[in-house]
Write a protein that binds this ligand. Structure first.
Ligand code: SF4
Length: 315
């Protein structure tokens, strides 16, 4: 949960998750929709899919016990080089080379590595591998992370307080802030699309569908939206609607993904009959439990703000 997200944002999700599914076997037995619903709002939804897939592999193929080596851990869904090394070093005392963003920064400065990221990663790993002790490798990894987070900071590192300053090339050369070198960032593409929020006239329920299980926001719920992605725009305008209704433009929502920015037009309509497409009605009371990502929750809110009062509410 903490990958790319702050402790403050994660705290309540973590508590809810561990209360609802206290063991790896409990999580493995949970329905996909329940897990995606409990994750909704945290973003990076592939992590939730991988977490669930990982719990199932650990339960079914490893008798409910996590494997203990970096190599075996890396074979689990969603666990890459960094996580496998960190778990192996911290939980199982394996002298695995742990390299996160903080350790990358400290290492490129210690050795004044001129190659820009990401090409420098191989050399960084080799240096970290050589530095990692066989005694208390987990403490070493955490000490390096803390050094990067508190002393060897991106700007104005506190070299006078640094316990490894004597051997640091970047400090000796008076240019620690020049590392790590990075290639100039490409501008993020701006994509467009449309979301269609159909509301049931009788009670204000919203028509939702499930997104495909792979790809962006995979497995999450949404009011039907057009085929937008990081690589292409989706359809826009009334003609892009998934079924005929009295669609009117309610507004738009913007959202920044890691690799692109997206603006969705929000169209809304009141209908009586079920549309002839796959999906289900989510009543106003059940919307909170739906696996709606933040972007789609915003789209529903925009539609809601322009909707006429329902019969139920006006009673
Ligand atoms: S001496 Fe300065 S630049 Fe070098 S590792 Fe320590 S804090 Fe970072």
């Amino acid at each position: 949960m903490l990958q790319q997200t702050t402790v403050a944002a994660v705290k309540s999700y973590f508590q809810t998750f561990t209360k609802r599914w206290p063991t790896v076997a409990d999580l493995a037995g949970a329905p996909d929709e329940a897990v995606m619903g409990a994750w909704a709002g945290l973003g990076y939804y592939a992590r939730a899919r991988n977490l669930l897939a990982c719990a199932r592999v650990v339960t079914l193929q490893h008798n409910g016990r996590f494997p203990e080596t970096a190599e075996e851990l890396r074979a689990l869904p969603g666990i890459g080089d960094y996580t496998s090394a960190a778990i192996a070093a911290i939980a199982f005392d394996e002298p695995a080379a742990v390299v996160d963003g903080n350790i990358e920064r400290v290492t490129t400065r210690l050795h004044a590595i001129e190659t820009p990221l990401p090409a420098a990663r191989k050399a960084i790993r080799a240096f970290v591998d050589a530095m990692t002790p066989s005694l208390r490798p987990g403490d070493f990894a955490q000490a390096m992370m803390d050094l990067g987070a508190t002393i060897c900071t991106p700007r104005r590192p506190a070299c006078v307080l640094c316990p490894v300053s004597a051997g640091c090339r970047a400090r000796m050369e008076g240019r620690p802030e020049e590392f790590p070198r990075k290639l100039a960032k490409k501008a993020k593409p701006a994509r467009i699309g449309a979301a269609f929020v159909a509301r049931r006239a009788s009670d204000g329920a919203v028509w939702l569908r499930r997104r495909p299980s792979t790809g962006i926001l995979g497995g999450m719920s949404e009011p039907p939206s057009t085929d937008w992605s990081s690589r292409m725009d989706g359809g826009t305008g009334r003609d892009a609607a998934p079924f005929a209704a009295g669609w009117r433009l309610a507004g738009s929502v913007a959202h920044g993904f890691t690799h692109f920015d997206l603006v969705l037009e929000v169209w809304t309509a009141e209908i009586d009959a079920d549309p002839a497409t796959e999906g289900w009605w989510a009543t106003p009371a059940s919307l909170v439990d739906e696996a709606l990502p933040t972007l789609m929750r915003k789209a529903v809110a925009v539609a809601e703000s322009t909707a006429p009062a329902t019969k139920e509410r006006s009673r």
